[in-house]
Design a protein around this ligand. Sequence first.
Ligand code: FES
Length: 121
Amino acid sequence: MPRVRFASLAKVAECRVGETIFDAGGKVSAGIETACVGKGTCGLCRVKILAGNDALTPYTDEEFRHLGNVFHITQVRLACRARIVAEPGTSPSAPGSDPAVAEIVVEPTPKRAKKTAARPG
Ligand code: FES
């Protein structure tokens, strides 16, 4: 059973093939931002893929629209478009597939840094 670990939150979701990173986040209350609730239209559900990208569906048109063509640099995807297709490290067709990777590791990445109000005095 594929596992998705939310690195800085120290939370792990047990998932099934076919579920998305967004689904995994919902299982463990990972706090992935959303306005469209998984429809691929808001672009808020950004996660950085730290390991296990070979176990996910390829980058989608919605991701190109919201994130551009820079995945190879940022490793950021839309959680609702990144669907689990295999156990991590087992995809023989994925270039760079690493059998040592036992789980998908992600980090929620907010679209914008939250601004905090300066306190007077
Ligand atoms: S939840 Fe809106 S694009 Fe993923």
